[in-house]
Design a protein around this ligand. Sequence first.
Ligand code: EPS
Length: 367
Amino acid sequence: MLRFLTAGESHGPCLTAVIEGLPAGLPVEIDAINAFLYRRRQGIGRGKRMQIEADTVEILSGVRFGYTLGSPVTLSIHNRDWENWQERMAVTGKFDCEAVTAPRPGHADLAGVLKYGSKDIRDILERASARETAARTAVGALLVQLLSHCGIQIVSAVTEIGGVTVTTPEPEDDLNIQTVVEAAQRRGDTLGGVFVVTAIGAPPGLGSHVHWDRRLDGRLAGAIMSIPAIKGVEFGAGFRYSGMPGSMAHDEIFYSSAKGYYRTSNHAGGLEGGITNGADLEVRAVMKPIPTLMSPLASVDIVSHEAISANTERSDVCAVQAAAVVGEAVMAIVLAEAMLEKFGGDHMCDLLAAKAHYYQRIEPERV
Ligand code: EPS
């Protein structure tokens, strides 16, 4: 069973992730993990923090001479900004700084202080910050390497920002996107958007119809929804299914000895009955605008209960491109879990042999 935990506050000393259940013998390329983390820091509308951080990963356990050992892998990302926050984020000593008391609508601030009984919203916002996704991205980047040995690739694209369709491969090259993001920044506003994550090469048969919590679409939707600010997820034709009759909605099945089973459409987004069907897995998500507005919204002070403007902190105007990279990472995590569930193995050789054996069974003519 593959499992992982992340820990760390946004302005604490570091972010940490522990991954348990990886097979031994996986070659680990640290540069590729760092390149993935670099992509997460990029994109139009990102804030100043992304220029401060280097986001390079240190491996503290579970890897020896470049290969996993099968023991827990610990990944650590140092927060450079910690230098500027040591007093406000000290682990020991007495609280001696100004509390944040003006919750931002749309952030975890108010719900979090009510739940955890805190007098300082910083106790909540530090962990609610999307900074946590750096740790999850590092985990996903490592699992992308496992998947790539299994012939699975994951890609993403941002299709919409602030209601405007992206017409270039990178949103920052699109003049309409530049205009809408710059205008939002001038207004002290923020923007959301839509991204799509696609996995190519996943074998048919990941996930299962036999029980609700084994359905891979449910698990993938949960993983994507757990990215901060994601408010909607769809697979394939998604909400467009509402306007399609059954005769147009479903992907008809064909067979040839060269291709095996194949389809000429993929409205299902690669999943039928909660099981991958061998087509590309396609999940689309909408991100709401970031709740930290430089022209703040109305709020209420959590101590005095008087009307007040919401807290303003350095943040991003738009982080949809970063969210798409995190989307790739969480897709990798769910697919790696599903691959290890189906094919198991304590060593990469066992995993790959089990996968090859399975293909011999399902596609004897093609193997
Ligand atoms: C983020 C780090 C944060 C923000 C952003 C994402 O850094 P800081 O709070 O120091 O400016 O840029 O956080 C949020 C959007 C949020 O809601 O907290 C990151 O590493 O992705």
